[in-house]
Design a protein around this ligand. Structure first.
Ligand code: ADP
Length: 159
């Protein structure tokens, strides 16, 4: 069985993330979206909120699950029986860091392959940071985050 983990901060999940999830769900038997604690970033939404947002928007994909994890991604992947890590690539600027992480993960767990999906051109500009900034200024964020969570994102962030 082909099981993939799709890790990220998802602070909050955007339409760009969801596009990767939709495409990964067609490539793999099961996709586990894993919300990272990530000590190097200071998330605006708690891990519970971020995981709940993911859970609310993946409903229509029968083979996608949400989870949260704190620790090494490869350990989490192994604990789930996953043999793939999925990442989205937006621009060259994503590449350097992602390449380094993929090589490191390969060293730690040679049996796990990292698979990169190129961002849909509609979403190459989109990041969680942009979604949060739009929400702070009360912009129409239904263009950048799934509509199921737009209200909650605005309620928390708008001034
Ligand atoms: P961000 O960089 O927006 O904070 P995350 O850390 O949550 O995002 O990223 C999780 C994964 O999703 C990474 O592989 C990242 O490259 C990918 N990703 C983020 N935004 C997009 C997008 N708009 N299109 C495709 N992939 C994306």
């Amino acid at each position: 069985m082909k099981i993939a983990v799709y890790p990220g901060s998802f602070d909050p999940i955007t339409l760009g993330h969801l596009n990767i999830i939709k495409r990964a769900s067609r490539l793999f038997d099961k996709v586990i979206v894993c919300v990272a604690v990530n000590s190097s970033k200071r998330p605006r939404f708690s891990m519970e909120e971020r995981t709940d947002f993911v859970r609310r928007v993946i409903g229509k994909y029968g083979n996608v699950e949400a989870a949260s994890f704190d620790g090494l991604l490869v350990d989490f992947a192994k604990s789930q029986g996953a043999n793939f890590i999925v990442k989205g690539l937006r621009a060259v600027s994503d590449f350097e860091m992602e390449f380094q992480i993929a090589l490191l993960n390969k060293k730690l767990a040679p049996e796990i392959e990292t698979v990169f999906l190129t961002a849909d051109e509609k979403y190459t500009y989109l990041s969680s940071t942009i979604a949060r900034e739009m929400a702070m200024y009360n912009a129409d964020i239904s263009k950048v985050v799934p509509r199921e969570i737009a209200r909650d994102v605005l309620d928390k962030l708008s001034k």
